[in-house]
Design a protein around this ligand. Structure first.
Ligand code: SF4
Length: 201
């Protein structure tokens, strides 16, 4: 499933790098992002787990990240600045064996930056995100990704309270906007570091 997914992502025009674990994923990301690039980040447990932000700061990269605000800067400023950074770095909520990826957002800043923002898009995706098809991708979001993110953000949603997704219209829902990446947006470099290990959710 891993190899087939990598092959199909490549056929669709994504620049795919297969690595074995978090350590190799970090190394690959540090190869792809150059020292004079300013990468922006959207919230991602995967990126947190591989330690990319800390490694970039240690190397001397300037970054655009809401946990590292400059004086007077707000999280809103960072979301807007992310649209004109050199890279947007995050993960996918699911990737199908056929090589399509899916993200679902509450605010939409992550999705917006990945289709009409930076020239370079970098996704780091663990093999736990691989599913057979798009219905399974949406199912994965409802049963795993969104639910665990709702728990992480302390949301008061059915997937937290009752355990199951209720396709809620709750004002705290984080399932407001969906983006399917069939191919890279025209003219953009879309890198996918596919990790043969479980990362994020
Ligand atoms: S739609 Fe609502 S209940 Fe379902 S996963 Fe999203 S936030 Fe949870």
């Amino acid at each position: 499933m891993f190899e087939k997914t990598a092959e199909n992502l490549s056929k669709r025009g994504f620049k795919v790098y297969c690595v074995k674990d978090a350590k190799d994923a970090l190394k690959k990301c540090l190869d792809i992002i150059k020292i004079d690039d300013v990468p922006a980040f959207a919230g991602s447990e995967t990126i947190k787990q591989i330690g990319l932000v800390e490694a970039l700061l240690e190397r001397g990269n300037e970054i655009c990240h809401r946990s590292y605000l400059k004086d007077g800067e707000t999280a809103q400023d960072i979301m807007k600045k992310s649209l004109s950074a050199d890279f947007i770095v995050c993960s996918a909520n699911a990737v199908t064996e056929d090589g399509e990826m899916l993200n679902v957002d509450g605010t939409g800043n992550r999705i917006a930056a990945t289709f009409y923002g930076p020239q370079n898009i970098l996704f780091v995706v663990g093999k736990n995100k691989i599913v057979r098809n798009m219905p399974e991708a949406f199912e994965r979001i409802k049963t795993t990704a969104a639910r665990l993110n709702c728990i992480r953000f302390g949301k008061n949603t059915p997937c937290v309270n009752g355990g199951d997704c209720a396709d809620c219209t709750n004002e705290e829902t984080i399932c407001n906007i969906s983006a399917v990446y069939h191919h890279p947006p025209r003219g953009k470099n879309f890198y996918v570091v596919l990790v043969d290990d479980s990362l994020g959710y």
